[in-house]
Ligand binder design. Structure first.
Ligand code: GLU
Length: 286
């Protein structure tokens, strides 16, 4: 069994991120499995080496360890290109010139409101002339998967049976960087990850990732989407909520709160069972 934690180095980890990391580590280590750390630094504007270094230091400070070298997505573009080429060869990729505003407007058009964030397929159905015109515009195109509105069902260790329809999501961004969805699927398979434990804000991405894995002939990992930590105002925990990172909390203090919020008593290894874990978000009260 191999699990992983895959933070984006765009700031300091807060007690919610640390709790997700702790859970991913516990799931893996309590089953005697391997645990990997992957830095998801594809967003060039927001990713900073100093954030990466701080995140690694904070994970170590709460006692987590991992196997092998830390892997950085920014160093693996070749692998993502190969996966993209395979999908292109199968005719499942098309260029898209839509701006965010155009997608929002199209989603509200007469064919009915799509689920939030869904791409309505505008550029999939362009005529040759329309496509040529957009190419001439010089606006860089993103590349989308022709998902054919496939419906994906899966079993989540915490949420049970769930799933959804897959839209034509972005595989490669207009700024010539691989998109998260593609990179994460390629990496999990390449690194032998067979158990993905992550925040439940990502559960809507999972049908996309399962479809991609199938199209690429890659194995599908098991999934556990764990509840987020909220601030006292009910919003997702963030820096503005005060003492939420190890800049202000002793690692023992953070660990104690995390364990208590998960109904775990230390030592936790014997106690970790998905059916005992809370399903609801927890509120961080400082
Ligand atoms: N890098 C993503 C994040 O920090 C997590 C991706 C994942 O766990 O699949 O939100």
């Amino acid at each position: 069994m191999t699990g992983r934690f895959a933070p984006s180095p765009s700031g300091r980890l807060h007690v919610g991120n640390l709790r997700t990391a702790l859970l991913a580590w516990l799931f893996a280590r309590s089953a005697g499995g391997r645990f990997l750390l992957r830095i998801e630094d594809l967003d060039r504007a927001r990713s900073k080496p100093e954030h990466e270094a701080q995140q690694i230091a904070d994970l170590k400070a709460i006692g987590l360890d991992w196997d092998g070298e830390v892997v950085r997505q920014s160093e693996r573009t070749g692998l993502y290109r190969q996966a993209l080429a395979r999908l292109e060869n199968e005719g499942r990729v098309y260029p898209c010139w839509c701006t965010r505003a155009e997608i929002r407007a199209a989603a509200e058009a007469p064919h009915g409101p799509l689920p939030e964030g869904f791409y309505p397929g505008t550029c999939r159905d362009l005529t040759d002339a329309e496509r040529a015109e957009r190419e001439r515009s010089g606006r860089p195109a993103a590349l989308r998967l022709d998902a054919q509105a496939e419906e994906i069902a899966f079993h989540d260790l915490l949420h049970g049976e769930t799933g959804g329809v897959v839209d034509d999501f972005v595989l490669w961004r207009g700024d010539d960087t691989p998109a998260y969805q593609l990179a994460v699927v390629v990496d999990d398979a390449d690194q032998g990850v067979d158990q993905v434990v992550r925040g439940d804000d990502l559960i809507d991405s999972t049908p996309r990732q399962i479809l991609l894995a199938r199209l690429l002939g890659l194995p599908q990992p098991a999934y556990a989407h764990v509840p987020l930590v909220l601030g006292p105002d009910g919003q997702r925990l963030a820096k503005r909520h005060g003492a939420v990172t190890l800049a202000d909390l002793a690692p023992e203090e953070a660990l104690e709160w995390m364990a208590a919020s998960l109904n775990l008593t230390l030592p936790v290894l014997e106690n970790l069972a998905p059916e005992r874990l809370p399903r609801e978000p927890t509120t961080w009260l400082t």
